[in-house]
Design a protein around this ligand. Structure first.
Ligand code: CTP
Ligand code: MG
Length: 221
């Protein structure tokens, strides 16, 4: 049975609401509650662990286990992983409250059907053309081939042993990681993608929060 880790220990500095982003109100409940509700409706999930700032552990919804997060996101993932038994492991950002239950299920199914994969991540095909710019910050170095570029999201699901191995690196390396699958790749693991859509929005700024409110209102939620 699967364990779900929700990382919610960030400070939400770019949102600037004076409290942890995961606890900011969205559509009438804390942002974190949306991810918990989605995961509760996934049959394979046996437990939900939430990493929160050490001074906000009482913000964990009932029925979830709260742990203190770490300095950087990957430290929070590691703390949550240690607190929850279960295999495979779902890692999800509280900052993506609009992820649908079906997306978690698709990722779990893809992992179950792919013995060669160590992890499966949700990602959306990139719609912008992406160029690499030189270190001078103004000269284009090259244009990447868009058909093969995907914008990475969460959820990301892992075979437990692969995630434990990937996180078993110095703290300084974890501090540089922007996603957990990248750590699995660095350890030589195989990562698959499942197609998501840009509606699985990441809330970073006030504008993102406003957009998420509109999407929820349209969904009738
Ligand atoms: N996160 C975490 N522990 C950290 C840092 C981030 O659990 N030390 C979580 C956040 O709570 C969020 C996700 O990782 O759900 C993605 O991080 P981000 O969007 O950067 O959120 P914040 O760090 O809260 O925002 P900011 O960078 O603006 O402070
Ligand atoms: Mg952050």
């Amino acid at each position: 049975m699967a364990v779900a880790l929700i990382v919610a220990a960030g400070r939400g500095e770019r949102l600037g609401s004076g409290r942890p982003k995961a606890l900011v109100s969205l559509g009438g409940r804390p942002m974190l509650a949306w991810s918990v509700a989605a995961l509760r409706s996934v049959a394979a999930v046996q437990a939900i662990v939430v990493a929160l700032p050490a001074d906000a552990l009482d913000g964990a919804p009932e029925g979830t286990r709260a742990v203190a997060g770490g300095e950087h996101r990957a430290h929070s993932v590691r703390a949550a992983l240690r607190a929850g038994a279960g295999d495979p492991v779902i890692v999800h950002d509280a900052a993506r409250p609009l992820a649908a239950p079906a997306l978690f299920e698709q990722a779990l199914d893809e992992l179950a059907l792919s013995p060669e994969a160590d992890a499966v991540i949700a990602a959306a095909p990139v719609t912008d053309t992406i160029k690499e710019v030189s270190a001078d910050g103004r000269t284009v170095a090259r244009t990447l081939h868009r058909a093969r570029l995907w914008a990475v999201q969460t959820p990301q699901v892992f075979r437990r042993a692969a995630l434990e191995h990937a996180l078993d690196v110095p703290d300084s390396e974890l501090a540089r990681a922007t996603d957990d699958a990248g750590l699995v790749e660095a350890a030589g693991g195989v990562v698959h993608v499942v197609g998501s859509d840009p509606g699985n929005l990441k809330i970073t700024t006030r504008e993102d929060l406003r957009l998420a409110e509109l999407i929820l209102a349209e969904r009738g939620g």
